[in-house]
Design a binder for this molecule. Sequence first.
Ligand code: ASP
Length: 327
Amino acid sequence: MKIAKMLAGLTALAAISLGATVANAAGYPERQITMVVPFAAGGPTDTVARLVAESMSKNLGQQIVVENVGGAGGTLGAGRVASSKPDGYTILLHHIGMATSATLYRKLAYDTLNAFEYVGLVTDVPMTIVARKDMAATDLKGLVEYAKANKDKVTVANAGIGAASHLCGMLFMSSIQTPLVTVPYKGTGPAMTDLLGGQVDIMCDQTTNTTKQIQGGTIKAYAVTSPERLSVLKDLPTVKEAGLPQMEVGIWHGVYAPKGTPKEAIDKLDAALKVALKDQNVAARFAELGTVPSSDADATPAALKAKLESEIARWKPVIEAAGQYAD
Ligand code: ASP
C-alpha cells in the first residue's frame, strides 16, 4: 500500500516535470544559451563558433555565449555538455575530434553516440601544414627531409589527443614513417602564439586559424589538406600535389546538445543554425578563412548523426593501426 502510494506520487511528479519541460521548450529560448567550445579561445573552433553563435543569437532573440572548456583534445568540453541539463541552454560546437576521440580514448566519460542530440553540421575546414617562419625548408619535400633528419628535436604542436591537429599530425608522422616530438596545448590558438614565437617548429591546423598568418608571411605554409587548392591561398599546393596524398582530410564541425534536450529546442536551434549559415557576414568571413558554410541539407540532425557514425568507422582502423591511445 505504502509502495503503491509512493509510486503514484512519483508518477505525478514525473508528469509535472515533463509538463514543465515541454512548456519551457515551447517558449524556448527564454534566456541566455551557453555554447561550449572544447578548445581555448582565439583558435579555429572558437572562431567558427563565435561567428555562428552571434548570428544564431539574432535569430533566436537570446544571446548565445561561447564558453571555452579546453583540455584533453576536446573531450573535457564534450563531457561537460554530455552531463549538462538537457534543457537547450547548454550546447556544444565540436569538430571531427568527436569521432576520433571515440576510439583514441578507451575510457571516455561519455558515450559518444548516445550522449548527445544532434543539431546539424556547420562547416568543413581544410587543414594546412605550417611551420615557424624561419624554417629553412621551402617545400613539403624539404620539410619532410628536415623532420626525418632531426626527428628527436623537431616539435609538432597540437591541441591534445583527439584534436584535429593531433589527427593531422598523426597522419603526417605516419605518412613519413617518422615519429616526432608532440607538444600539446589546450587549443591551437595558444599553439599558434608559440609557433609565431618560434617555440615550436611545425603544426597542422585549420585554415580558420592559419590563413591570415600565411597571407601575412608570419608563418611558413607547405600544403593544404583539401582535394583542390583554395582561392584564398592560391599558391599553396594540395597535399596530393606536394606528395602526401594520404593526408587529405576535412575538419567537419557540428552542433550538439545533451541527450534528452526537447525536440522543440533542437528544432529551434537547427532553424537558427540554418539561418546563420546563410548570413552573408558569416559566409564572407568563412570565405576569407578558406571555408564555406554547410548546406541546408547538411545543417540537420540526421546529417550530423550520419557524419559522426561514418567518421567513427572511418578513423577507427587508422587509429588502431597507429596504436597510440590517450589512456
Ligand atoms: N584546431 C584545434 C584542433 O586541433 C582546436 C582549436 O584550438 O580550435 O582541434
